[in-house]
Design a protein around this ligand. Structure first.
Ligand code: BEZ
Ligand code: FE
Length: 291
């Protein structure tokens, strides 16, 4: 293994994987090394570009802490998160499509009764969500949980604001007919965090950092595959250019505008509000399917 050159260096590195006993690890590392070397050859990377890359990855790591995950943001903005999602969640028709989790999910949201207002104390337009959780064949799933979270009406998640208690989050369970309902704020489009290396990268790429308005949910029910998804606001200007490539047609929904009056749950609304009617579909979990 001497006199390694442009033409045989890749093979020499690959040969070093002979001792790897984990077959999947070996497969992944083989492919990674091949693609990484091919990339360096293709662009004929200069030493200063190589160093800039190392510095970028170092800064990305240094930006991470218990609240901020800059590497996931990097994966999101390069479309890797959605590619992994697509490969791992190939769904039959009738099943709700999945999309990115994002960095602002917080476990332990309060369990609230059907019809509760998750956005209590927030200003902004209220949105009433209602519908059912169904099997892909259209049968209701009682006792399914919708773990919901969203920004406030200015595009901030509670965890982005210093000292802010949990808000615009809650878990709602479906009733015996698989029905759910809740109130929250109508979401707005907002920029992903740009105060780190990923923000700099987007700027140099000539890209904007915005996500189209959406409400997040994780749907789960015993015996069914958990789905991490969003409901997007139809008509949002960023639907065609989501900074993290996460929009799917089946998740874009009308937020129907209403003047003040009586809402679908009988509540008197003294300001304009909107309603969303949306049914979710779950598929049996893989263990159940395999049994
Ligand atoms: C979000 O929707 O909360 C999100 C997703 C990916 C990156 C940043 C934010
Ligand atoms: Fe979000």
């Amino acid at each position: 293994m001497r006199n390694l050159s442009e033409s045989n260096l890749t093979d020499a590195v690959l040969a070093k994987l002979e001792g790897a006993t984990d077959a999947r690890f070996k497969q992944i590392m083989t492919s990674l090394i091949k693609h990484l070397h091919a990339f360096v050859r293709e662009v004929e990377l200069t030493e200063s570009e190589w160093l800039a890359g190392i510095q970028f990855l170092t800064a990305t790591g240094q930006k991470c802490d218990d609240k901020r995950q800059e590497y996931i943001l990097l994966s999101d903005t390069l479309g890797v998160s959605m590619l992994v999602d697509a490969i791992n969640h190939r769904k039959p028709s009738g099943a709700t499509e999945s999309t990115v989790l994002g960095p602002f999910y917080v476990p332990g949201a309060p369990e609230l009764p059907i019809g509760a207002d998750l956005s209590a104390g927030l200003s902004g337009e209220k949105a009433h969500f209602a519908g059912r959780v169904l099997t892909a064949e259209g049968k209701p799933i009682p006792g399914a949980t919708l773990d919901v979270w969203s920004t406030d009406n200015e595009g901030w998640y509670d965890v982005q604001l210093q000292g802010q208690a949990m808000r615009a989050r809650g878990k709602i369970k479906t009733d015996a007919d698989g029905r759910y309902a809740f109130w929250t704020v109508k979401p707005v489009s907002y920029p992903i965090p740009t105060d780190g290396p990923v923000g700099q990268m987007l700027l140099r790429m000539g890209r904007h950092p915005y996500r189209p308005a959406h409400t997040h949910m994780i749907l789960s029910a015993p015996g069914y595959e958990t789905v991490t998804t969003h409901v997007f606001v139809e008509g949002d200007p960023y639907l065609e250019s989501d900074a993290v490539f996460a929009v799917k047609n089946s998740l874009v929904v009308e937020f129907k505008q209403h003047q003040p009056g009586i809402a679908p749950d009988g509540k008197r609304m003294d300001k304009p509000y909107c309603t969303v009617q949306y049914d979710f579909g779950l598929v049996p979990s893989r263990q159940v399917q395999a049994a």
